[in-house]
Design a protein around this ligand. Structure first.
Ligand code: ZN
Length: 275
């Protein structure tokens, strides 16, 4: 039997809430919690969260994240909670991004370098990466190392060599971000995974229409899967998706490909979380 596949659902991201253009994107704290619960019930072992103000504005405010985490725990959610250390759409820079770590979530995203992200520069200089690694360690948060390009994998290996990130790392290859110039295709996935030791868990976050084929490829190739509306708003051409429906589809594909879906407890073992 193949190793279980960990399904992660990225619920909302930090793109502008625009109910006219994106009516399916959860844009209030209540909607984010409802979608995270739906994703967990559909089979997601990890829910990746970005916080928003009640009016839908993305925020890195620690207390906004606390509201989401508390609501999920109160609802009995067993999924691993993976909080964003991103920029809330450019509203937070460098250390301002790290407030969610103070809640000591099981996991959080560790964006391992700088990149052109849509129209903006997303900054991750090396001194900041070192401070970020120290803060992850101080709050005992497992980093999900997000690599948007090959050089980010190299930086992750450098931080390991400096003793700041522990092996095995949990790797998330983020491909096809508009503005980054990095394509979301199998050749890029294979190049990136060959840069890391074979025993590290890895997954691919592919943007837009690349999400579905690379979800399927990761299941086949022994990786893990990230789906969700943060990365792709469409179920198929012309049909808006929901987080629950995207997870359900990955569960069906995994069943057809004979790959069991990891429970949250199994995912904790696979991802090296204490549980
Ligand atoms: Zn995210």
């Amino acid at each position: 039997m193949a190793d279980p596949v960990v399904i992660q659902c990225a619920i909302t991201g930090s793109i502008d809430a625009d109910p006219g253009r994106r009516p399916n994107l959860p844009a209030t704290p209540e909607a984010i919690v409802a979608d995270a619960l739906a994703a967990w019930r559909a089979g997601a072992a990890v829910v990746h969260l970005h916080a928003r103000e009640p009016d839908g504005t993305p925020t890195q405010d620690r207390e906004a994240y606390r509201g989401l985490v508390d609501a999920l725990h109160d609802a009995g959610c067993e999924a691993i909670i993976n909080l964003s250390c991103g920029s809330a759409g450019g509203r937070a820079v460098r250390d301002e991004r790290l407030g969610p770590l103070e809640l000591a979530p099981e996991m959080a995203s560790f964006d391992c370098g700088s990149i052109n992200f849509r129209e903006q520069l997303f900054e991750g200089d090396l001194p900041f990466l070192r401070r970020m690694a120290e803060k992850f360690r101080a709050f005992a948060v497992r980093p999900e190392v997000e690599c948007f390009d090959t050089g980010h994998v190299g930086l992750a290996l450098q931080l390991r060599d400096e003793g700041l990130l522990d092996e095995p790392m949990v790797m998330q290859f983020v491909l096809g971000v508009p503005g980054s110039g990095v394509p979301a295709n199998v050749a890029m996935v294979e190049h990136l995974r060959r840069m890391i030791p074979p025993d590290w868990p890895w997954s691919v976050c592919a943007i837009g229409r690349a999400q579905l084929p690379l979800n399927a490829y990761c299941i086949l190739a022994g990786g893990h899967v990230r789906t969700g509306l943060e990365d792709n708003l469409w179920f198929r051409r012309g049909e808006a998706a929901s987080n629950g429906a995207l997870v359900e589809r990955v569960v069906r594909i995994a069943a057809e490909l004979d790959r069991p879906v990891a429970t949250p407890a199994e995912a904790r073992t696979i991802l090296g979380l204490p549980g």
